[in-house]
Design a protein around this ligand. Structure first.
Ligand code: EPZ
Length: 422
């Protein structure tokens, strides 16, 4: 297993191109199952999770051809051969559950392995199942698989009210509803930019959707969907991560390709912490003067609130703030596993359940640390960039799931960073 070695190297500056969004692409790719015509995705990120979704779709009989070095994906599910999403693929990536709705809508049946456990929380899929049942599907759990069947004649439009906001369940029901007979209303829907991007792509395929980006989405089912070409929205979590580089190290970084509208809650918090954030023609520029970062309190929430996927990275910053910050993780019940690793670098953090109290220190020191999940791994790299001496981050396969060419992008900003093969 590869490791990444980082030596703190002072302020970092320059430009960084932001890739297409992993969490948008993982929902857009299964949309190909809704039509027998080709779907082309441009600005696709080159990540191991995208390769996992590719393998899953290919196992169902879809064609997925990466072009232009993987930044373009040519997808087609003209000849679906099956409707079984096998455990061997699904266990690698929870987002595999996003084939359930499209398969049900197109093929009338689906057998999808339950995703199983996850480091950051229990993450059940009950809302995906109850949402699709509201469209007339019958669900049965058997031997670790969801066996789903649409009524004769296909899914039927209905009213879905989610008791809590779920990105994935909203995406699954949204996709299924596009081919259901009649109209569907999704209430308490997720409002994330990835949902908006999916709705835009589905509309380009001929779907009739209104209200994406609000908590109420309405869908009028159609007979069939056609092909389309769609540009994947920028990855706001990758962008937020790079916005924290100058915040934690000093310097000025411009993130190219994304806008501040993607990260309202996050940008406000950086401002509160004394970090300068401004929109530029091509993206977002972030800088920090010589002063110390101010301590701030953060509570994660669905969009437009503070994203849980930036909580770990924000904790790394607050380890060096002037004062005490309180972070509340409200989305996942076990998402502070980066805290003990940051403490190995000299951070002062007390965790009680979903609350972490961070007392800022003057300096972090390099140490060998262990990545436990995707966002935890990059928070350790951020801390290492600002630390004294050398840090070795182990188990970086987590990182490759969600960050494209991280060493290259950080080296271009002046960082001392290299990957070491085991
Ligand atoms: C998406 O996961 C993202 N993943 C996650 O990013 C992100 O953290 C999360 O949304 C929240 O923003 C992808 O898009 C592939 P949820 P998802 O359903 O859809 C509970 C990353 O780092 N819940 O919005 O799985 C659930 O347990 C990843 O890139 C149910 O109880 O998240 C959680 O507490 C990590 N039952 C809450 O809802 C359900 O059926 C929100 O989960 C579904 C969810």
């Amino acid at each position: 297993m590869d490791s990444i070695v980082v030596t703190g190297n002072g302020p970092l500056s320059g430009q960084v191109p932001i890739a297409g969004a992993k969490n948008a692409c993982l929902a857009l790719m299964p949309a190909t199952l809704l039509s027998d015509e080709p779907l082309t995705l441009t600005n696709a990120p080159r990540l191991s999770d995208i390769r996992t979704m590719t393998a899953l779709l290919q196992s169902l009989g879809a064609e997925v051809v990466p072009l232009q070095g993987g930044q373009v994906l040519a997808l087609s599910s003209h000849d679906l051969i099956g409707h079984l999403a096998h455990y061997d693929i699904v266990r690698k990536m929870r987002a595999s559950i996003l084939v359930l709705g499209p398969l049900l809508a197109r093929a009338g049946e689906a057998v999808v392995s339950l995703p199983g456990g996850c480091a950051i929380g229990a993450r059940p899929v009950d809302l995906h199942l109850s949402g699709l049942e509201a469209l007339g599907a019958e669900m049965e759990l058997r031997e670790g698989y969801v066996h789903a069947r649409a009524p004769r004649g296909g899914l039927v439009g209905g009213r879905v009210r989610f008791p809590l906001v779920s990105v994935g369940a909203t995406e699954n029901v949204l996709m299924a509803a596009t081919l259901a007979r009649g109209s569907t209303v999704i209430e308490n829907a997720a409002r994330e930019p990835e949902i908006v991007d999916l709705a835009r792509c589905l509309r380009a395929m001929g779907a009739r959707i209104e209200g994406e980006g609000t908590d109420r989405i309405e869908v009028e089912g159609v007979e069939r969907l056609s092909g389309a070409t769609h540009r994947v929205v920028a990855d706001r979590i990758e962008m937020g991560t790079y916005m924290l580089v100058p915040a934690i190290c000093g310097g000025e970084v411009e993130c190219l390709g994304g806008g501040l509208d993607l990260l309202p809650g996050f940008a406000d918090k950086l401002d509160e912490a004394g970090i300068t954030v401004r929109a530029t023609e091509d993206g977002v520029a972030v800088s920090r003067g010589n002063g110390r970062v101010r301590a701030v309190d953060v509570t994660t929430a669905p969009y437009p609130g503070f994203p849980t996927d930036l909580q770990a990275q924000m904790m790394a910053l607050l380890c060096l703030a002037d004062g005490v910050s309180v972070l509340e993780e409200r989305i996942f019940e076990n998402r502070f596993m980066h805290a003990p690793e940051l403490m190995r670098m000299g951070a002062r953090i007390e965790v009680h359940g979903g609350t972490a109290r961070v007392t800022g220190v003057d300096r972090l020191k390099g140490a060998p640390v262990m990545a436990t999940d995707l966002r935890a791994s990059v928070s350790l790299i951020l801390a290492a960039l600002a630390a004294q001496g050398e840090t070795v981050v182990n188990r970086v396969y987590h990182l490759d799931r969600g960050y494209e060419r991280v060493e290259e992008k950080l080296s271009a900003l002046g960082a001392k960073i290299e990957r070491v093969a085991a």
